[in-house]
Design a protein around this ligand. Sequence first.
Ligand code: AKB
Length: 339
Amino acid sequence: MRQKVILITGANGEVGHGLIQQLSEMRNMPPVIVLDIRGLDESMRPRVYETIVGDILDGALLDKLINEYEIETIYHLAALLSTHSEFNPETAHKVNVQGTVNLLHMATEQSRLRGEPVKFVFPSSIAVYGLPDLPTKAEAGAVNEEQYLNPTTMYGCNKLYCEHLGRYYAFHYRQLAVTDEPYRIDFRAVRFPGLISVLTLPTGGTSDYAPEMLHAAAQGKPYACFVREDSRIPFMAMPDAITALLTLAQTPAERLSRRVYNVTSFSPTAGEICDLTLAAFPQARISYEPHLKRQAIVDSWPGDLDDSAARQDWGWQPKYDLRAAFEEYLIPTIVQRYR
Ligand code: AKB
């Protein structure tokens, strides 16, 4: 018999660490195996059943995994983020799209082998949105899942296309075959805002100015913020991001009115993030040196998200608002980290 497992790809990132921590502490959960091109930090290893160092583009490796394990749920986190993807758009397409197709195909094969759908949980992003200018952004306010889907980054294009691919594999895969697919996958996705993690350093995101500012202040280092002080996008503290993924994953399919959901917590300006950082670290040296092209990406993202569908269908409710995120989670945790 194959061991029943949960697979996390891209596990060595900020979301992966948080997900491993929470899954490993939940009762009646299958063990976790992780797949990451960089392996897994030593500190996380005791919490997982196996660490596979490999590439989601390696089809032979994925075939080996479905023969060795009965994969019940996949959290597919592996991706190149928005800024990183703009320096390597074709590489980003390969990793973010072909990599996802490989995993969707693997999940479909696994569903057939185990005789029931594999749950495929996918983190999409506010990067799928593209507001044309700042007056429209201000006027739009909290954007719902159907509005302004005109991404201006390769990463945003990748994430939007992968949302469609997820629905295709879940409801239309091989629809012209003579015999219907016996078991398609059970695809679900959340569109994350900027995530603020203190356990890991941000890598390659355009929303990274928030965590970068905090990490610099906690280390007594100066920080030049690469967006204007008045820049506003939605954010979430990492623990709430993990809660969103786990809650959506465990929601019975019949309660889902859609398969892609907005989730958010608070929408501060960079200046408000700076004020809360200075309140905790009065000696922090924070300046603003907007990088005009990264600024244009942030200006194209919505100032706020309408996450009423997630609240209605599966009881989404963030634990942390802006002030609580800083006072109860971010500051105490980052002080501990750099003590
Ligand atoms: C990024 O900045 O690229 C990501 C995102 C908003 O999805 N954190």
